[in-house]
Design a binder for this molecule. Structure first.
Ligand code: SF4
Length: 329
């Protein structure tokens, strides 16, 4: 069962803000991650992507095989090169690279499912990351069906001292879509995970995709409205990418699926932002794919242009994140 009474600051009245909120302290029409961290910590913070060698139950047969239809299954560039460096080494080289731009860092366990391992291994890896200088927290990418109570307890312990995010892949609230893209879990499992994570001092970030096969505009907006009503602190919004070596890539090459246009993505992303609560942190609005296996859509490769286009669209509408929050259409 899901409990809707979980605290989320300033959202109990379910009212849209009348103007762009002052607390963002940014020049954008949405609350981006960089601004959120600068407001929270008073300095620039950067997420350092780490590949700690995890696998995924949706690829190894534990839940399913083959993985999500858009997943290339190659892991990080580091993994493709051979033996993975230690977590501490990955953090050290990331810090060296990003130090001019940031003074504090979040260790971002990004590759595959980063809670899919025995407890002892998880504790060792996360402890190693948190013991590095200038690391102020963790961001842990995982699946809704990979959060056992002891893992949540461990993350809750860390949250007493550090800034901890749990990033949950979901992509859509519609089970028909989750089945089609072979997620290996349904929407209720996502709700159960959110409910289990609540009350442990953790920040939850959900990932969604715009442009999934078979989804109408209204389906996307329903996903946004549903998530807007949940106790989530952040969101990553991506466009769907077709990559070589994936099931989706094969369908795309056969001409059986159309990829979303830039105009439609920008318009829908703006619609989604208008629906989300103003305090929900927008962690991403673009997708990432390796250039050597990239198939489509081409426009996604220019990420800056996509970001600017979404902000311009909100400006054109004289609108901003949260303008339609809590408003029933
Ligand atoms: S859950 Fe993530 S890692 Fe696993 S198959 Fe899907 S996209 Fe790939």
């Amino acid at each position: 069962m899901f409990f809707y009474g979980i605290d989320r600051k300033n959202t109990t009245k379910k009212e849209a803000p009348l103007v762009k909120p002052d607390f963002w302290k940014n020049s954008k029409n949405y609350y981006d991650l960089k601004s959120y961290w600068r407001n929270l910590f008073g300095c620039n913070v950067h997420k350092l992507a780490i590949d700690a060698g995890f696998t995924c139950p949706n690829r190894d047969g534990h839940v399913a095989t083959g993985g999500c239809i858009y997943c290339d299954g190659r892991g990080s560039k580091l993994r493709q090169k051979g033996n993975l460096p230690l977590v501490a080494e990955q953090i050290a080289s990331g810090k060296k690279y990003y130090k001019p731009q940031a003074s504090k860092f979040i260790a971002y366990f990004q590759t595959f499912t980063n809670t899919y391992a025995p407890m002892g291994k998880l504790r060792k890896i996360f402890d190693e990351a948190l013991s590095q200088e200038d690391i102020i927290g963790l961001s842990i990418g995982t699946r809704p069906d990979c959060l056992d109570p002891d893992v949540i307890e461990l993350l809750g312990e860390y949250a007493k001292k550090y800034h901890i995010w749990v990033e949950l892949g979901l992509q859509s609230v519609h089970d028909k879509t989750l089945q089609f893209i072979n997620r290996g879990h349904n929407f209720q499992q996502f709700l159960d995970a959110v409910n289990s994570l609540a009350g442990h001092g953790l920040n939850i970030c959900v990932h969604i995709i715009i442009g999934l096969p078979g989804e109408s505009n209204e389906d996307v907006l329903t996903t946004a409205r549903t998530l807007a009503a949940l106790p989530l602190q952040g969101i990553k919004i991506h466009s769907l990418l077709a990559l070589e070596g994936t099931a989706l890539g094969e369908i795309y090459k056969k001409g059986s699926v159309c990829m979303i246009t830039k105009e439609k993505y920008v318009s829908l992303a703006a619609d989604v932002l208008e629906i989300l609560p103003p305090e929900m942190v927008i962690q991403r609005l673009t997708a990432d794919g390796y250039r050597d296996i990239f198939l489509a859509p081409d426009w996604t490769m220019n990420k800056l242009d996509v970001l600017n286009s979404i902000n311009k669209e909100l400006e054109r509408r004289n609108s901003y994140q949260g303008k339609n929050y809590g408003i029933t259409p």
